[in-house]
Design a protein around this ligand. Structure first.
Ligand code: SAM
Length: 193
């Protein structure tokens, strides 16, 4: 009942690293058609289905419009990198801090390798920057990256703010050859240590 196969990538990551838990607040960037959002809703109990567990909240954004996922707040037709989108997310979160930021965003490829690489990296830094501002202590972050020369630096930059950063290739992601995920755990705070 997941909207796409990508769901299994997040399930695999969460089974191993336990980044989603009941009561947690999640931001899902690049969420259409919504399968990661479905997983996040289930695992944070954002739909309140687990009566005895605390209820989480999921906020999902995409350039595309997509169907509602019960339990999630959806921002369709919005570019995450714009200040308008980030303002909207901010308002929706009210004063709540995020426990897990997810990004499965993929920029449109131009086919020019150098330009594509740059836009992928920029998108990742945009997510990291927002996560640093919005995360609760000990929060987690997952970003999709492509195997390119910028990844080691991104990984080092993330390590300044998270206790652990792992490069992960879920089995469900085998088909997408160069795709990897950086899983950063236990946010230390936005001031460098
Ligand atoms: N995780 C999703 C799921 O499981 O259903 C699949 C995500 S799909 C691989 C990548 C998405 O990133 C696309 O829907 C695309 O529109 C979105 N995207 C790319 N750049 C974006 C941006 N700047 N702002 C918001 N969404 C973006």
């Amino acid at each position: 009942n997941y909207r796409c196969r990508s769901a299994f990538k997040l399930l695999e990551i969460d089974d191993k690293y336990e980044i989603l838990r009941p009561g947690g607040t999640v931001l899902d960037c690049g969420a259409a058609p919504g399968s990661w959002t479905q997983v996040a809703v289930e695992r944070t109990n954002a739909n309140g289905k687990q009566k005895r567990a605390s209820q989480g909240a999921v906020f999902s954004i995409d350039l595309l419009h997509f169907h509602a996922v019960p339990g999630a707040t959806i921002f369709g037709g919005m570019d995450f990198t714009t200040s308008l989108a980030q303002k909207r997310l901010n308002e929706a979160l009210q004063h709540r801090k995020v426990n897990c930021v997810l990004s499965d965003m993929a920029p449109n490829a131009t086919g020019v390798r150098m330009l594509d690489q740059e836009s992928i990296t920029n998108l990742c830094y945009e997510v990291v920057r927002f996560a640093l501002a919005m995360s609760a202590p000990q929060a987690h972050l997952v970003v999709k990256v492509w195997d390119n020369g910028d990844v080691p630096k991104l990984e080092r930059d993330m390590l300044r703010f998270y206790e652990k950063v792992k490069r992960v290739k879920p089995r469900a992601s085998r088909g997408d050859s160069a795709e990897h995920f950086l899983v950063a755990r236990n946010f230390k705070g936005a001031t460098e240590t």
